[in-house]
Design a protein around this ligand. Structure first.
Ligand SMILES: NC(=O)c1ccc[n+]([C@@H]2O[C@H](COP(=O)([O-])OP(=O)(O)OC[C@H]3O[C@@H](n4cnc5c(N)ncnc54)[C@H](O)[C@@H]3O)[C@@H](O)[C@H]2O)c1
Length: 316
């Protein structure tokens, strides 16, 4: 049985609590929030003790960092240095800057601990299937991809705490589209050429809309368009792949549906899935891997760092 401590009892903590409750080999041993009312309410809901200072956490197998994004490097590093917890699960994005990401890995490594980044989109069965198909060569040359993340976050959303700030949020590519930037990085590797142009007509410190164009080592070119400024509600999430021997389009709230499939010699696989929330099913898999001690399933340091480098390149 793996004992987990949650640090940060905000919105995403509910998804972690749900995922852990579904995993027979994991349980929540402790929760922590600087806001004592939130910590107490979450502890009451889960049926566990709470602390308000993460430096007081001890005796658990994994601590999950669910605090505002810009603080992840500081919180993960201090948890590694000041507590006895060996594994530090860290919500996305692991860092808003490459410099802080390097520093965090160095400090966590020096403390003899391990960072487990939450890149749950990699555990989406459709994303995995597409990755395996690309790697198998069955699609031939990959000419182009189009990734559109066209969502709505209204003005009230940006009035909440850290949202829309340069220091803690980082903007649409970091907070909303980071799973999709990671997916492109996971599929195609290191970017060769790139150009990202950001815009904000909403008086935010960060970009609410970004159009980015990039190329990859085998000549694949593609675009990511991401916005939180669609009128009224989320409009579209899609990934279209144009290859020598096939065309595939994934869509649905979290790329949970193959809505177009034309691949030479291959029937459309029956792997669409339904979800009753916006986060996909990946957190369930994250805790399943933790319970099985399959640490190798989490992206390694070099992979995470080059993904953050890509996000930085596309954002400025
Ligand atoms: N993987 C996903 O799909 C997904 C989805 C949503 C959010 N997230 C990520 O999860 C993180 C949290 O997002 P959220 O929406 O839950 O934010 P939130 O603001 O609702 O919650 C953050 C919580 O952290 C607490 N906190 C801040 N500093 C702390 C400290 N030093 N010690 C303990 N607690 C502290 C705050 O009091 C707050 O309760 C962000 O990085 C976000 O990008 C990931």
């Amino acid at each position: 049985m793996k004992d987990i401590a949650l640090v940060g009892c905000g919105r995403i903590s509910g998804r972690h609590i749900d995922a852990i409750s579904k995993t027979s080999g994991c349980r929540i041993a402790l929760v922590c929030d600087v806001d004592e009312a939130k910590a107490a309410a979450t502890a009451d809901k889960v049926g566990c003790p709470y602390v308000t200072d993460y430096n007081d956490i001890t005796g658990v197998d994994v601590v999950s960092v669910l605090t505002p994004s810009g603080w992840h490097p500081k919180h993960a590093s201090e948890l590694a240095e000041n507590t006895d917890v060996p594994y530090i699960l860290c919500e996305k994005p692991v860092s808003l800057t490459l410099r802080e990401a390097y520093e965090m890995f160095n400090r966590v490594d020096a403390a003899g601990k391990t960072i487990l980044p939450v890149y749950q989109n990699r555990f989406n069965p459709l994303v995995r299937f597409t990755k395996d198909l690309i790697d198998s060569g069955k699609l031939g040359k990959i000419h182009q991809f189009i990734c559109n993340v066209l969502w709505n976050r209204n003005d009230d959303y940006f009035k909440i705490g850290w949202h829309g700030t340069r220091e803690l949020d980082g903007g649409v590519l970091y907070t909303q589209a980071s799973h999709y930037v990671d997916m492109v990085h996971y599929f195609f590797g290191e970017v060769v050429e790139h150009k990202g142009i950001g815009g904000s007509l909403r008086d935010l410190e960060v970009y609410d809309s970004i159009s980015a164009t990039m190329s990859f080592p085998h000549g694949t070119v593609g675009t990511i368009n991401a916005t939180v400024s669609v009128f009224r509600e989320n409009y579209l999430t899609e990934f279209t792949l144009i290859a020598e021997k096939g065309t595939i389009r994934l869509s649905g709230t979290n790329l949970n549906r193959i809505d177009s499939w034309d691949v030479e010699g291959l029937e459309k696989p029956d792997i669409d899935f339904a979800i009753d929330h916006v986060y996909g099913k990946g957190h369930d898999t994250v805790y399943e891997y933790i319970s099985q001690e399959r640490w190798e399933m989490f992206p390694a340091r070099s992979d995470v760092l080059s993904g953050i480098r890509l996000m930085e390149m596309l954002s400025y």
